[in-house]
Design a protein around this ligand. Structure first.
Ligand SMILES: Cc1ncc(COP(=O)(O)O)c(C=O)c1O
Length: 317
């Protein structure tokens, strides 16, 4: 496995994007899904006849569905109504059983409902394994060993690394690997407005992958120097720029991370040496055609913001 690192023209820095959406199942979650399964098999947590169950409405479910099929392991994704139609169709095709929760939990989102359904599946007869992507150290290790090692070999010197945060596995693994070789590299965590990971007030979020309604344990293991919080409007603008300027049809979190790079260097003028900056492009844009790439969706976002300035908590994850 290996994903390309491509240069992007930029006025202020030598900017490179690591295209994690070139992984076989389409996102950075390939790294953690395959490594978590391999390690669980090695430990004996997954044996012949074991079913894997996981709460995910997005990339982690798609990655597990792909690798479980390849390894002959039954997989039950637990999804919710925020699951993209195309993603759900793919999961229905690759998995014999898909569990779909529909009742909002106490926070107004579906995370607790999904986790409770995972617990129900775990106590069913037979052997069931739950990767628990929010707390599994193998997720961090996958990015340390694979994404991080590759990035180091491809990038040479690195002054800044921008990474979107959901479960924190990517930034935890990458930050440790990169700082071992480039201790001065500034690691910037990129989060969504309305996510509580870095202590901000909860608010409705619509872009999956980035942000969380809980503080994920893996995040505490990351070496983070700075945090950039990006609004959904800025995310959509940045996705448009990536497509128009570079032909990159990238997912929402990639737009957030690219927006963070631009906003950061607009505020922090680099010194005489052009900084070398990398960011992670976690997934492709197809699943976001009806959101960040849809002008109607953006108009609705603006209208909602004008109508309801109060705090909400209808998180997607
Ligand atoms: C599109 C996308 N970007 C970023 C992330 C964040 O990665 P992590 O969960 O390792 O923090 C995810 C995680 O699901 C994702 O799906």
């Amino acid at each position: 496995m290996g994903t390309p690192l491509i240069p992007l023209r930029d006025e202020r820095c030598d900017l490179v994007a690591k295209l994690e959406f070139c992984n076989p199942a389409g996102s950075s979650k390939d790294r953690s899904a395959l490594w978590i399964l391999e390690k669980a098999i090695d430990r004996g947590d997954i044996a012949h006849g074991t079913t894997v169950v996981e709460s995910s409405s997005g990339n982690f479910a798609l990655a597990l569905a792909f690798y479980c099929r390849m390894l002959g392991i039954p997989f039950v994704p637990v999804i919710d109504p925020n699951c993209n139609e195309a993603t759900e169709a793919q999961l229905q095709l690759l998995c014999e059983r898909v569990e779909r929760v529909s009742i909002r939990d106490t926070t107004g989102g579906y995370l607790e409902s999904r986790l409770s359904r995972v617990q129900d599946v775990l106590v069913e007869p037979g052997s069931v394994y739950w990767p628990n992507q929010y707390a599994n150290p193998d997720a961090r290790e996958a990015h340390y060993r694979f994404t991080g090692a590759e990035l180091l070999a491809q990038a040479g010197r690195l002054d800044y690394l921008f990474v979107g945060v959901g479960t924190g596995g990517t930034i935890a693994g990458l930050s440790h690997r990169i700082k071992e070789t480039h201790p001065g590299c500034v690691v910037v965590a990129v989060d969504a407005e309305g996510s509580v990971i870095f202590g901000g007030p909860p608010k409705k979020r619509r872009i999956p992958g980035i942000g969380s309604s809980i503080v994920p344990p893996l995040c505490g293991q990351a070496l983070i120097d700075r945090v950039e919080i990006v609004s959904e409007t800025r995310t959509a603008e940045a996705c448009g720029v990536l497509a128009a300027e570079y032909g990159l049809y990238a997912g929402g979190s990639t737009g957030s991370v690219y927006a963070a790079v631009q906003d950061f260097f607009a505020r922090h003028r680099p010194g005489p040496r052009r900084p070398r900056v990398a960011f992670i492009a976690a997934d492709r844009g197809q699943a976001y055609a009806g959101t960040v790439y849809d002008p109607m969706w953006l108009r609705q976002l603006d209208a909602e913001a004008a109508q309801r300035p109060g705090v909400e908590n209808l998180a997607v994850k």
